[in-house]
Design a protein around this ligand. Structure first.
Ligand SMILES: [Mg+2]
Length: 398
């Protein structure tokens, strides 16, 4: 059985009457734990970030206490955001589904999913990017219509234009033809200046067709300057760094989510986007004889995602209290999650550029179950999101 963190023994095991009160939303307001810490200005100096699956929802159903916890924070104007490694739909669509399920009014600016940070990668907005993963063309629509990327190509577009790019996917042609669009340019290895050039690869969501997607990724990462159908002459040149691999203007590669597994209704977890990534890493090593593969991974537990989340949180704080200055410190941020490897590790390792201290609260309503030893030790283990909020409100007084 996991050792219970000392701080939990001290604060997270309240008297039984408190737990009884927690099951009813009204007495929350009366209990002293919910007399929130505010600065003399009346502005709370702490905030929350909540994971969604296993914390607020399970198999798309609201978890007990989720509605009450979020309603309590809204009533007391304590800022919070939702921070998930999920994705594959626009933030607007996801927020409206979530608002309905939890019966809480949520704003799209309070919501960060795995690919939301791609929206701020302005350097690629007028370039041509490949968007990989997700159902149909949903992710490319997010990139184009919500994030403002002007030229988006999908593996399905390439397959429909050039079915021999991965002949084994011809059996799925009806699916691809239902959404594929013409390429902005043909690819013509003989005349690179007139040929389709891909400047960046964004894996938005779990790839559906690993054979097609990994073949196209491999082609691009071995190409000259991102021109499909070419092979860089630098590949394998031992006089160059990384033996010449990825030294010839190939597109940068970004993943949105590192999770190896995800929980579906199947009895065993299923491979997620992280599964595709490690499979592709193996392929890359075999093809290149062990060259390094440069790439960037977003999503929890990585620093860029927490930095992005903190920016959103600070903006939300400022929107709630206009007297908050741009450099005012948010003293503490409480990350509430069910996954030790993503939610908890991310919060524990995060280095806030604003000097905020992040604390991690592990709930037992999702991936982590009572009695297991968490792979990353949280600040505290709590029963559910209601207990997490109550613990944090008390802790924030200290
Ligand atoms: Mg989760």
């Amino acid at each position: 059985m996991a050792a219970t963190p000392r701080v939990f023994q001290r604060l997270a095991r309240p008297p039984p009457h408190v737990l009884t009160r927690l099951s009813h939303p009204q007495p929350w307001r009366q209990h002293r734990a919910f007399q929130t810490r505010v600065q003399s200005s009346g502005v709370p100096d702490y905030a929350f970030a909540f994971d969604i699956d296993g914390v607020l929802l399970r198999s798309s159903n609201p978890l007990p206490g989720a509605h009450e916890a979020l309603t309590y924070l809204q009533r007391h104007r304590i800022p919070f955001i939702l921070l998930t490694n999920g994705g594959g739909k626009s933030e607007t669509e996801r927020v409206s589904e979530l608002s309905e399920k939890l019966n809480v009014e949520l704003n799209v600016d309070m919501f960060v999913q795995s690919h939301t940070p791609f929206a701020e990668m302005h350097e690629y907005k007028d370039k041509t990017v490949l968007v990989v993963g997700g159902d149909y063309d949903k992710c490319q629509l997010v990139a184009k219509e919500h994030y403002g990327f002007q030229n988006v190509v999908t593996p399905g577009d390439l397959l429909c234009a050039y079915p021999d790019i991965w002949p084994f996917s011809k059996v799925f042609m009806d699916y691809y033809k239902s959404f594929a669009k013409p390429l902005p340019k043909p690819f013509n290895p003989a005349n690179p200046a007139e040929s389709l050039k891909i400047d960046a690869i964004f894996v938005y969501n779990d790839p559906r067709d690993w054979g097609l997607d990994s073949s196209i990724l491999l082609d691009l990462l071995l190409s000259s300057q991102g021109h499909l159908g070419t092979l860089s002459k630098k590949n394998g040149d031992a006089s160059l760094p990384n033996r010449g691999y990825q030294q010839d203007g190939q597109p940068a590669l970004f993943y949105s989510n590192p999770d190896l597994w995800w929980a579906s209704s199947h009895p065993l977890p299923r491979l997620g986007q992280g599964g595709f990534r490690v499979a592709f890493d193996g392929l890359w090593k075999s093809v290149t004889g062990g060259a390094k593969l440069e790439h960037t991974i977003f999503g929890k537990p990585y620093q860029p995602t927490y930095e992005f989340a903190e920016r959103r949180l600070r903006a939300h704080w400022k929107a709630l209290f206009e007297q908050v200055g741009l450099n005012d410190p948010l003293k503490r941020v409480y990350m509430v999650g069910d996954n030790p490897e993503s939610d908890i590790r991310g919060a524990n390792e995060y280095q806030s550029p604003h000097g905020s201290k992040w604390r991690s609260l592990l709930v037992q309503t999702g991936v982590y179950r009572e009695g297991a030893v968490p792979s990353c030790e949280p600040t505290v283990i709590v029963k559910d999101v209601g207990e997490a909020v109550r613990w944090a409100v008390e802790d924030a007084k200290g």
